[in-house]
Design a protein around this ligand. Structure first.
Ligand SMILES: Nc1nc2c(ncn2[C@@H]2O[C@H](COP(=O)(O)OP(=O)(O)OP(=O)(O)O)[C@@H](O)[C@H]2O)c(=O)[nH]1
Ligand SMILES: [Mg+2]
Length: 653
């Protein structure tokens, strides 16, 4: 079985394309869309093909990436409008990182949206591979009525819902065709000395030779050929499928690529798992592509026994039950298989780094509608994280509530839907609140005596303490300048422990940071003093001192790294400023052509808004990762509101 992924921006016609490709030679064997990824199996040119249809939302980029991991080649399906080119940037980035040979398909060519040339040159800005135009459109007025193939120099007229009709190249197109062909040959000659020589000698190379070169350069992933069409009208579909048949590399090329990445010998790599989803009463279903002979139910794979070998669409056993290299199948009762991963008989190796999804930007607390579901929710989320790497789950500091990080609103909605429909856990969500702290802004001294006389032994400890602000980030410190054993040595650690305890909750009700405590003097009693008494005295004493030391609210500030196509970099400065952030600067992303990495410092409370504004300003493409940087004082009305809200929450809780 040969396998390719169809990916690209939302609504460019990917699913339509897969449907039409699948129907070129009779009805596709099966088609299914298990949570995000469509799998269509069909026959073309006496070979069995599997098309993986990745959803187009930016939030599901991870599905597209995982599909590439199992694909011999891919079709990047784009809109014919030059201004939409930037939407394809994230896909070009992952295709390039994955090393998957790619054919670019400019779809919806029936819609007059601009010049193909402009689309290509805009897309070229995001690809370090040359985009090689293989067809030029034949126009009548502003309508594309057919294409001319630049290698065979044959022209086709589109026919609605049918294969195109061969025609002579119209006179009016001849000159443009020659120009475009010359450019194509020149691009290919970069990778072929013979062709270069032919061109230098001014000879016109025969089509077969050029076809052969063009197949080779795609297999070797040197260029991205560009074809045109209109999927919904079946135009350009046969050409595309023929190009795939001749030019997509065989599965051994994928095997080589994956074995190198997993650092295992080629003959050890048995399969790749690339997608998984949960179904009610059935459990985890894993999609696998076999890379080696010898797989069947019960065989050792990834360190455990492989479950039943099923057709991805129907879930029925496959005809033979014994997949051969290249076959895509699904399996259940194979919960030991991580996804995505590269599988030998006895180990599951990590998928290459490029498959890592973008850092999830949307943080929400999930609250089960019924309290009884709390444990179930946390168990279910743990399960879901295994099959959805775009999702992160943790516990909220302070409350212990379930905190999830999702790729965006659509991803979160899908998650809640799965929770409800598959696992019967209904949840509501709310934004988490940033983790605030407090510190003091001046020094204060206190004299505190702890004394209790309850029946038998008494308690006595007397301490003189001073508290003072420490430098930002210096944390808590403790010192003592006690003279003459006023507080005996052995009780001093207890004083420090008490002072530390007092930091857990300051006058604003928050954890206290960056404060120094000094024990200056004290008294003890030879019988009634104890570690316990000194700890209690220090804790109460420090609390009192803090209350007099002008507490201030501290807000968390994060360092963010924003990844965006360069054309959006300018628009980020006002966004960051509007959130009281500080721009640190931006650099070209060395790993992705046409992308910048923009760095800034931003208050934690603004991260949610930053995610929203970033999505809006970059058509959903931009994403950021964040790391805590420091705490910073916050004054005025804003601080008062936070302190009040916190006090109310503490009261309610
Ligand atoms: N005019 C025109 N419309 C098309 C063409 N191909 C697909 N469409 C239409 O575009 C819309 C989107 O098609 P889909 O195939 O669902 O697009 P998709 O890329 O799979 O969309 P997502 O999976 O949501 O990203 C549908 O209304 C199709 O009928 C085409 O070649 N020309
Ligand atoms: Mg689709």
């Amino acid at each position: 079985m040969r396998c390719f992924t169809v990916l690209g921006p939302s609504q460019t016609g990917k699913s339509t394309l897969v449907e039409k490709l699948g129907a070129l030679e009779g009805a596709p064997k099966k088609s299914v869309s298990p949570y995000g990824l469509g799998v269509t199996e069909f026959t073309f040119g006496k070979e069995v093909w599997c098309a993986l249809d990745a959803p187009g939302a930016n939030e599901s980029l991870a599905h597209a990436q995982d599909a590439l991991l199992a694909s011999d080649a891919c079709i990047l399906c784009v809109s014919p409008a030059p201004e939409d080119a930037v939407l394809a940037a994230p896909y070009l980035k992952v295709i390039e990182a994955s090393g998957t040979p790619c054919i670019l398909f400019v779809n919806r060519i029936d819609e007059p949206r601009g010049r193909v040339r402009d689309v290509i040159s805009a897309l070229q800005g995001y690809s370090s591979h040359s985009l090689v135009l293989r067809q030029v459109p034949i126009r009548e007025g502003d309508k594309v009525v057919g294409t001319c193939d630049l290698i065979s120099e044959r022209a086709w007229r589109y026919r609605e819902g049918q294969t195109s009709a061969l025609i002579a190249i119209p006179e009016s197109e001849l000159e443009r065709e020659h120009e475009a062909r010359a450019e194509l040959l020149e691009q290919l000659s970069e990778f072929d000395d013979w062709l270069l020589e032919e061109l230098i000698e001014d000879r016109d190379p025969p089509s077969d030779a050029v076809f052969a070169i063009s197949s080779r350069v795609l297999r070797e992933n040197k260029v991205i050929p560009v074809l045109l069409g209109a999927a919904s009208h079946s135009n350009g579909i046969l050409r595309l499928m023929k190009a795939l048949r001749h030019e997509a590399p065989p599965v051994d090329v994928l095997l080589k690529r994956l074995a190198a990445s997993a650092k295992v010998p080629e003959n050890a790599l048995a399969a790749v798992s690339f997608h998984a989803y949960h179904r009610q009463n059935i459990g985890k279903t894993v999609l696998v592509r076999a890379l080696k002979d010898g797989l069947k139910q019960g065989a050792l794979l990834g360190g455990g026994r492989l479950g039943p070998v099923q057709e991805p669409g129907t879930g029925k056993p496959t005809a033979s039950g014994i997949p051969v290299p290249g076959d895509v199948f699904s399996t259940v009762k194979s919960d030991h298989l991580p996804v995505p991963s590269l599988l030998t008989a006895d180990a599951a190796k990590a998928a290459p780094e490029w498959t890592a999804p973008p850092t999830p930007m949307l943080e929400r607390i999930l609250v089960p509608e019924s309290e009884r579901d709390e444990t179930k929710l946390s168990e279910t989320l743990t399960k879901l994280v295994e099959t959805d790497r775009g999702l992160t789950v943790m516990q909220e500091e302070g409350t212990g509530a379930q905190l999830v990080r999702a790729q965006g609103p659509v991803h979160l909605r899908d998650l809640c839907k799965t929770l409800a429909e598959v696992f019967h856990v209904n949840v509501t969500d709310r934004p988490p609140s940033p983790v605030y702290r407090e510190t003091i802004s001046k020094s204060a001294d206190v004299h505190y005596r702890h004394r209790k006389q309850t029946g038998g032994a008494g308690q006595f400890a007397d301490v003189k303490l001073s508290v003072h602000p420490n430098g930002r980030g210096d944390g808590f410190s403790f010192g003592e300048v006690v003279k003459g054993g006023a507080v005996p040595r052995n009780f001093i650690p207890a004083v420090e422990a008490g002072a530390r305890e007092a930091m857990e909750k300051g006058p604003l009700g928050l954890h206290v940071i960056d404060v120094g405590v000094t024990l200056t003097d004290g008294q003890h009693h030879s019988v009634d003093s104890s570690e316990f008494a000194f700890r209690a005295a220090a804790k109460m004493g420090v609390r009192q001192a803090l209350a007099e030391a002008a507490a201030v609210l501290m807000q968390p500030v994060f360092r963010v790294e924003i990844h965006i196509p360069s054309m959006f970099s300018g628009s980020l400065v006002p966004i960051v400023s509007s959130f009281k952030g500080q721009v640190l600067g931006f650099d070209r992303d060395e790993t992705a052509k046409g992308w910048d990495i923009f760095r800034a410092i931003i208050p934690g409370a603004a991260l949610d808004d930053l995610a929203r504004s970033l999505r809006a300003a970059t058509q959903g493409i931009g994403h950021f990762s964040k790391a805590f940087d420091h705490f910073e004082e916050l004054y005025g009305k804003e601080a008062d509101a936070i302190i009040n809200a916190h006090a109310q929450a503490a009261h309610a809780g």
